[in-house]
Design a protein around this ligand. Structure first.
Ligand code: OGA
Ligand code: MN
Length: 288
């Protein structure tokens, strides 16, 4: 196993292994590196969806995404993060399913709309592009650690309302449509703004701009300003690794201490096909 750092603050790449055929000691090493470095890049893993699912299940149960139209028809645990339909055709820009997916261009944390958000995500780049379409990952431990003490004190006990429907409200297109797509019903949830990772015990900022409606029991305008200030802080380049994809990279990240976004690309002309499995969370976020 060859492990290399890819950024001063976040991420390693691991080569010399086959994720479809992984012995237990290698799996344990990966798990440890994942907790330590937050993001892992596995280049050159041309594996089937079934092997992708099998690898994901070694960490526990897998989520089924609330958006019906993005589930793979063969394997519902596969979330198709693609601008291409299952026939291989580019989805027209105005289609509801693309407009929903396009919200991943905003900074977010996967499944922050759930009462128990996801532990992590594993994304297989099947058809990738470097003309845009890079994925950015921010280290939310480090972003928290660097806040000055007065700001840490100010945000310590705050809670944030997260709502799946907020994703849709942020889309100019979807917000004005009657049919906004088909999703499992999800009620708004409340999460701490500063959370403690259950395994590493370290505190981090828990931000997910696409689901954060506002701070609970707080002035709306001041809440928005505070959240925006924290988002600007956490997305500075020294906290962020930008991944330029090669086909069959698999990227795995910890949703309990990172957030991510996708750079825009020419979705009308470039096919970008990505398949994700999402690790079911084991407990509600712990206030730090
Ligand atoms: C995701 C996502 C990343 C990407 O899979 O969770 O937000 O690179 N997309 O498409
Ligand atoms: Mn995502």
């Amino acid at each position: 196993m060859i492990v290399k750092k890819i950024h001063e603050n976040i991420g390693v790449s691991i080569e010399g292994i086959d994720l479809s055929n992984l012995d237990d000691s290698s799996f344990q090493k990966i798990k440890k590196l994942w907790l330590e470095h937050l993001v892992i890049i596995f280049p050159n893993q041309n594996i089937s969806d079934e092997d992708h699912i099998k690898f994901g299940k070694r960490f526990g149960d897998l989520e089924v995404h609330p958006s019906l139209s993005h589930r793979s028809s063969k394997n519902p645990e596969i979330y198709r993060v693609s601008n291409v339909d299952e026939n291989g055709d580019i989805i027209p820009n105005k289609e509801t399913s693309w407009q929903y997916l396009k919200q991943s261009w905003l900074w977010h944390t996967d499944s922050s709309f759930r009462k128990i958000p996801s532990n992590g995500s594993i994304l297989h780049g099947i058809s990738t592009t470097n003309e845009g379409g890079n994925t950015l990952f921010a280290n939310m431990y480090k972003a928290y650690e660097d806040l000055d003490q007065s700001l840490k004190n100010k945000i310590k006990n705050l809670k944030v309302i997260h709502d799946h429907d907020y994703i849709i409200s942020l889309s100019n297109e979807l917000s004005k449509r009657k049919n906004k797509g088909h999703y499992d019903k999800l009620d708004p949830v409340v999460h701490p703004l500063v959370r403690r990772h259950p395994s590493t015990k370290k505190p981090s900022l828990f931000l997910s701009p696409h689901t954060m409606v506002n701070i609970k029991d707080y002035d709306n305008k001041k809440g928005r300003e505070l959240l925006d200030q924290l988002i600007d802080h956490a997305t500075q380049p020294h906290y962020v690794y930008k991944h330029s994809w090669n086909n069959h990279d698999i990227v795995m990240w910890d949703n309990r201490c990172t957030m991510h976004s996708v750079e825009p690309f020419d979705n009308n002309n470039i096919k970008r096909i990505m398949h994700r499995v999402t690790l079911v969370g084991d407990l509600e976020p712990i206030m730090a």
